[in-house]
Each structure stands twice: as C-alpha cells, then as structure tokens.
Design a protein around this ligand. Structure first.
Ligand SMILES: Nc1ncnc2c1ncn2[C@@H]1O[C@H](COP(=O)(O)OP(=O)(O)OP(=O)(O)O)[C@@H](O)[C@H]1O
Length: 808
C-alpha cells in the first residue's frame, strides 16, 4: 500500500498558482521545474470577473441583461482566461513540459485558491509570496495577504511552497496548524518545534520531520483525499493540457495512517492516541469538505431555484397582467354583446311595430285607392270649373276694359264741354270754327279729282284744294259711325282752338262730309326727307335737331293744354315742313273725331291694313291695351328722333342704334347726308331716344323735365350754325316776341281781324280791304295778279293772337 501510495502521490500533479502577472507566474514555474522536475504540473488560476458579467453568475445576470449580451461577455471572459493560460502553457512547452489547468472564477483570489485546493484535493501547491517576503523571517510579515490567508486556511493535507522572486521563502508542511502555531517564521538556520525551514524543497525533504522526503521520493506519496469536482461543475473550470480529469473518489488519507514501513513517522508519531486523533481529524475534515461541497451544491441548487422562482414570478406577473387584459377584454366583449342584444331587441320590436302598421296600411289600401280615385275626379271637375271661371273672368275683364275706355271717353268729352261752356257761356261756339259746305269741298277738290289727292292715310284720303282762294289740305274722314253731328262739331270746335306755331292750323270743317280743312303746308312731310323722296334734298343735322325741338315743343303744348290732348299717332308723315322749314304737326286730336272702331285700340284687329313701318312708331303698351297716354307720344317721339339721327327704317332703328351704342360705334349708324354730326350731342340724343323707346312706359323720361331739358340747350347750337334757310321757331315759351305771322304785312302791326286773301297770305281785314278799295288787283306780298278779291276770316289766327295777347 505504501508503494502504491507513494506511486500515486508521485503521479499526483504539482499545482502552481499563477496570477495575471505572467512574469511572476513564469518565475514560479521556473522554480517549480527546477525543484520538482518530472512531476506533472497543473496550473491553478483564480479569475476575477469584471463587474458587469460574471461567468459563474451568468444565469442571474441573464434576468437583467439580454441573453446574447451575457453570452458574449462570458465568452470574452473565457477568452481572457484562455489567453493567460496559453502564455503559461507556451512557456512550459518551451521547456518540454505539458500541463493541465484548473481555474475558478471568484472575486477574492485567496478564497478561490482555497476552494480549488478543496475541490481538487490539491496536495502540493506552489504559490507566490510577494516581493519583500524573502527578506522577512516570518510569513506573517509578508505583504502578500493571499499567501497569508492560503497559508493559514488551506487544508492541512496540502503542502504549500511560497516562493518570492524565484526563491522559496516558506514551505507549509502537511498537517500544518494541527499542532503548530499560526505564526510562521522563515529562518533557514533556526529550527524550533513546529517551525519548518523551507530554504529548499530538497533540503526540506531532508530536514522536515513530516515529509522531507516528499520530493526526493516522489513514489513515496501519502494517500490523499483525492477529490475532484465533476467537470460539469458550474463554478469551476478545468482544462487539460495532456490528461483527463481524475474520477471522483474519497479515500482515507494515507499519510494519516499509521504505517510500520514509515520509520521516520513511527519515530515521531508512534503514539496511538495521536494517530486516532489524526484519523478522527482527517475524517472530520473529509466530512467538513464533503459537507462544504454539499453546501456549495446546495447553494447552487438554491440559486437555481431562486432564479427559477424569480423567472416563474415574472412569468406569473406577465400571466397575471395578460389575464387581467383578457378579463377586461372579456368584460368589454360582454358589454358589447349586451348592447347588441338590446339593439337587436329594439329592432325586433320596431320590426313588429312596422309589420303591424304595414298590415294596417294594406288593409286601408283599397279604401284609400277609392278615395284617391274620387279625389282625381273631383280635381278634374274643379279644373273644368276653374277654366270656365277664368274664361268668364277674361270676358268680364274685356267688358270692364271696354267700359273703362267708354267711361274715360265720356269723362273727357264732359270736361271738354265744360271747358267750352266756360270759355263761351253765351253759346257762340258755332262761330269759332269755319263751317264749310260739302259743295265747297267738292269744288275745292274739283270733285275729288285724283290728281288733287296728296295722300292716303289710315283715316281717309287727303286732297289738295283751294277754298276761298286759299290753298288748303282737305282730310276726308270715314263715316260718322256712332259719333253724332254735334259731337263732331264739338271736337272740331275744340281742335280749332288749339293753336301753336308747330301745329298745322285747322281752318274749318265740313260736318256733312266729315272733312277737315287745314292750311296747306308746302314742303311736304319729314318722311319725304328721311326716305329721300324730297326734291329739295336732305336735311342738315342742325335742321334735324331744330325739328326735334319743334316737335317736342308742340307735344309739350298739346299735353299741357287745359284738356290734355294726346296725339296718339305721331310719325314723320304727320310732321310737315312749311315754306320756311318750320315744323308743322298734323293729325293731332283726330282720334276723337273717328268712331271707336277706328281707334288705335283696334289697330291689331285691322291687321294687314296697317303698314308695319307706321306701326313701329306706336307705343307697344298702347297697342296692347288700346289706351293712349302722354307716354305713348314720348315713345313715338323717341323713334322719330332715332330716325332723324340715322334715317334708318323705323322697324329696325331701335335695335340698330342700341347695338351701335353698345359697341361704342354710333358713328356707323348716323345719317351722313345730314353732314358731320357733333358726336357728343348725337350720343346725347341717341341715349335720350333709346330711353323714350323703353318697353315699360314708367321707364321713359318725362317730356318736360328730362327731354326738353336735353333739347332746349341745343337750340343755341342750331341757331349759331348755318340754318339761316330755316325759319326761326316761335314756341309758346317765346311769346314776349311778336310772332311774325301775327303781324299784318301791310300795317306791320299785330292783327285784330285777320283775313286770308287770294294769295294765301293773312292780312288785317281793314288793311287788305283798303288795298283792294284803292283799286289794286294784285297781291301786296307777291305783286302777282289776284284771281279775285275775296277775303276769308282766319279764325285760327284770330284766336291764336287773342291767346297770345292774353298771355303777354
Ligand atoms: N295740311 C297739309 N298740307 C300738305 N300736305 C298734307 C297736309 N295734311 C296731310 N298732307 C299730306 O297727306 C299725307 C297723308 O296724310 P294722312 O295724315 O292722311 O296720312 P298719314 O299720316 O300718312 O297716315 P295715317 O293717317 O294712316 O297715319 C301726308 O303724308 C302729307 O303728305
């Protein structure tokens, strides 16, 4: 057994504790090689982990760090250890040695060494003892705390050599501490009890009482407790440089066994009691080691359990929160379900309700359909009734309008008679107009000789004639109709009183033949000039403006008469020009001399009888309702004004001028035969005329305040221009000057009893009679021989003079 023990002891490796200081480690190895050549060497290393990651506590850290980070750090740590160990192994291999390595991870190095000693049942260990130790005689004086702690706390079965700077400073023998003082001194020359010299291991082998032969006889080993931790132990690392780890076995330490073969031990420890004690102590130590090992394993298990518990707790917490979430979701779903259920119930009840109502309606449907049919029938009946009522209404309205016209006419006549009565209370009205017999009319017209006919109007033909040696124009009106003779006379009476320089004078009338006798106007009508039929050429723009002024003046006069007189049929063919180109309007008041059937109200019924060119002057409103108003004359005046400006056809003149004005190109439509129009005035007149032609009478300008206000200032323009050929106008507003035709050509005074002579001129009766009585048979004005010396009273002029004298 002894030889076996020695052999196994020799084979057991020599452990050398090497640190991170490679130089120091190599020094230790050098010393070991020098002194223990032939033994297997196993490097012992305690790795101090970094703060962040511990290889041993990796599992614990995993809970805080990401797994891959932890693994990477651990790998790094291992590499560091490996690198360090490789340096030592390389060093050894250079000396032809192979070595194993054992390492442990621990923050406290001395504790790590102690643990490795225990775990690997290290029997022989070489470790450094600090730099200064070799000078000290006592190990406790060393500055190496690690050496001190290991020396004091390492199992007694372990023989430890402390080496400093390549020199052994202390050797702790096996069984250290069981009977020695803890204070260890280093003194190669001093040998006291319990003190072990360690100058040299060889020396130690010779001198040492316990195991001085240890290195000298490696085959003489003491049976150790060989305890090798499982290679899978998580806290310890072991690598093999050449061999495999030893199997786990616990044996009784051989060096504690009393052996008869060991004479040196027998001599020292023969006492059986001591031997027993040592045995007990050894057992106790083994037990302690085992229990420590178990405790360690238990601790490991406990750590694992704790980790598992922690992980389980985290999982439980996660599961709990998941469970809460699920519960909440479940509750929400339940609430949703509940709401949907309620909605469903509501919808169901509504559906039932609607179904019931539908059924009810379906039941009522036939009755409702029959009611609907009845309603349709009733509606149709009502529609028919409404149509009948509307027709009746139209009829009534027509009747009402007709009655209204009749009423207005009657009122007008009454007013007229009243006015006449006022002016002629003695009933001498019959003397106010020149009554002419039908035979005189026949004679004057040479029995209506066609050559005497100068015109054909809507109301009859106009013949030229000579009456009492005076040139006259005789207008033959249609038959009397409903108008009585007295009514006709009254109308003529009224008209013969209307006197104005721009109105054709009504000389007399023949009630019998319903003929009106007017003064004959030499120069034809405005229509002749505008249509280019006049022999004397066209009118200058000055003459045209003057004519417009004259027309306006005459209409104003008619409208302002005691009894308003609306012309109602104003057009260029009714505007005549006398020998001095003074404007003379004819046909005024003629509407009242013809029967109702012939009035403009019935124009549209006459249809083709009317020339559309003539109808273009008619106010559309009057044309529609048959009522003549002052605005009707304004409309006609507007069209005449446009024709004066452009000489274009009446039917299209409004549209033409409108377009030209919109395009800003009035020039294009102005009648150039009138000369060069002053554009400003022309535009003014065009604007004025277009306003007169507005469809709605209310939109037309007022004759006195607006139209006259534009025209009157233009009189100066006409006078200053070259219109000397045109006689000056004498309107009602210019009465302070004596009108020339009021003055007797012989007396050169205003006439008191004007009479028309055979030459057509009017003279003071006394003056012309005196002329004739003095033997003259010629005209005092022309000096031409007169056919006769008859005189005809000029009532019209007489009344005009009287009126003028009253006003002045
Ligand atoms: N006093 C007059 N002196 C000279 N010529 C006249 C006179 N009165 C009428 N005439 C001529 O007789 C023509 C016919 O006149 P009249 O008033 O009958 O018809 P009108 O005005 O042309 O059309 P309507 O009567 O249909 O409106 C005139 O255009 C004019 O040439």
């Amino acid at each position: 057994m002894g030889s076996e023990g020695e052999s196994s002891d020799f084979n057991s490796p020599l452990y050398v504790a090497v640190g991170r200081n490679v130089k120091e480690g190599k020094s230790l190895l050098t010393w070991a090689l020098e002194n223990f050549d032939g033994r297997n060497i196993c490097l012992v290393h305690v790795h101090q982990p970094t703060n962040l990651v511990s290889l041993l506590n990796g599992k614990l850290s995993t809970s805080k760090l990401k797994n891959h980070v932890v693994k990477a750090c651990q790998e790094f740590e291992r590499l560091k250890i490996q690198k360090l160990m490789n340096q030592y192994l390389l060093f050894l291999s250079q000396t032809g040695k192979q070595a194993d390595t054992v390492w442990i991870e621990m923050r406290n190095i001395e504790k790590g060494i102690l643990q490795l000693i225990t775990q690997h049942s290290i029997r022989r260990l070489i470790m450094g003892a600090g730099a200064e130790t070799f000078k000290s005689k006592i190990l406790s004086e060393t500055n190496s705390t690690k050496a001190m702690v290991v020396c004091q706390q390492a199992p007694i079965s372990c023989h430890i050599w402390f080496v400093s700077q390549g020199r052994p400073v202390y050797a702790r023998p096996v069984g250290f501490g069981s009977h020695l003082t803890t204070t260890v001194t280093l003194s190669p020359s001093t040998s006291s009890s319990g003190t072990i010299l360690a100058r040299d291991p060889k020396e130690n082998m010779d001198v040492g009482a316990e195991n001085v032969q240890y290195f000298e006889r490696p085959n003489r080993s003491i049976d150790d407790v060989v305890s090798t931790m499982s290679p899978s132990a998580p806290t310890v690392g072991q690598t093999s440089g050449g061999g495999s780890p030893s199997p786990l076995k616990v044996e009784r330490p051989a060096y504690l066994t009393c052996s008869s073969s060991n004479t040196s031990l027998d001599s020292e420890f023969q006492d059986e009691e001591i031997c027993d004690l040592r045995n007990k102590l050894e057992h106790t130590m083994i037990d302690a080691e085992n229990s420590k090992h178990r405790t360690f394993e238990e601790s490991l298990r406990w750590w694992r359990a704790e980790e598992d518990a922690l992980e389980a707790m985290h999982k439980a917490e996660a599961a709990e929160s998941l469970c809460k979430e699920e519960t909440n979701r479940c509750k929400e779903m339940e609430e949703l379900l509940h709401r949907q259920k309620q909605e469903m119930e509501t919808m169901n009840s509504q559906h039932d309700q609607v179904s019931k109502e539908l059924q009810l309606i379906q039941d009522q449907k036939p009755a409702l359909e029959s009611q609907l049919r009845q309603a349709y029938d009733s509606e149709k009946e009502l529609e028919d009734k409404i149509i009948q009522a509307v027709n009746l209404l139209i009829t009534f309205k027509g009747t009402r309008d007709r009655l209204q016209i009749e009423y207005d006419s009657a009122i007008r006549k009454v007013n007229k008679y009243r006015a006449l009565q006022k002016e002629d209370p003695l009933g001498i009205s019959s003397a106010h107009f020149f009554g002419i017999s039908f035979s005189d009319i026949i004679e004057a017209t040479q029995n209506f000789k066609p050559s005497q006919k100068i015109g054909e109007g809507r109301y009859g033909s106009v013949f030229k004639g000579v009456l009492c040696h005076v040139k006259v124009a005789i207008k033959m009106l249609p038959s009397m109709g409903s108008q009585s003779d007295s009514e006709f006379k009254n109308e003529v009476e009224f008209l013969s009183r209307v006197r104005h320089p721009n109105l054709v004078t009504l000389i007399g009338a023949c009630p019998e033949s319903r003929s009106l006798v007017y003064e004959y106007i030499e120069n034809g009508s405005l229509e002749d000039y505008l249509s280019g039929r006049a022999k004397s050429g066209s009118l200058s723009w000055q003459s045209r403006i003057k004519i417009a002024i004259d027309i306006c003046s005459a209409i104003l006069f008619l409208h302002a008469n005691n009894i308003c007189c609306v012309h109602g049929n104003l057009k260029p063919s009714d505007i005549l020009l006398d020998a001095n180109f003074v404007t003379k309007i004819s046909d005024y008041g003629i509407n009242n001399l013809i029967s109702e059937n012939e009035t403009p109200s019935s124009f549209h019924t006459l249809g083709s009888k009317n020339d559309p060119e003539k109808l273009a002057y008619m106010d559309p409103e009057s044309f529609e309702n048959g009522k003549l108003t002052t605005e009707s004359d304004v409309y006609s005046f507007g069209v005449i004004l446009l024709r004066l400006l452009t000489a274009r056809p009446a039917m299209s003149v409004i549209r033409d001028v409108k377009c030209a004005m919109e395009r800003g190109n009035l020039d294009a439509v102005l009648d150039t035969s009138a000369g060069e129009w002053p554009l400003k005035q022309a535009k003014q007149l065009a604007n004025l005329a277009l306003r007169c032609c507005e469809e709605d009478p209310m939109d037309r300008p007022d004759l006195a305040s607006e139209i006259w206000a534009v025209l009157e200032p233009m009189r100066e323009l006409c006078n200053s221009s070259q219109i000397t050929s045109i006689a000056s106008c004498m309107d009602s507003r210019n009465q302070h000057k004596i009108p020339s035709h009021f003055v007797c050509p012989i007396y050169q005074e205003v006439m008191k009893d004007p009479h028309i002579a055979g030459d057509g001129f009017t003279y003071e009766a006394e003056a012309i009679r005196g002329w004739f009585n003095s033997g003259h048979k010629t005209s005092p004005m022309t000096n031409l021989k007169l056919d006769n010396c008859d005189l005809l009273p000029n009532y019209a002029l007489y009344y005009a003079i009287q009126e003028w004298q009253q006003n002045t």
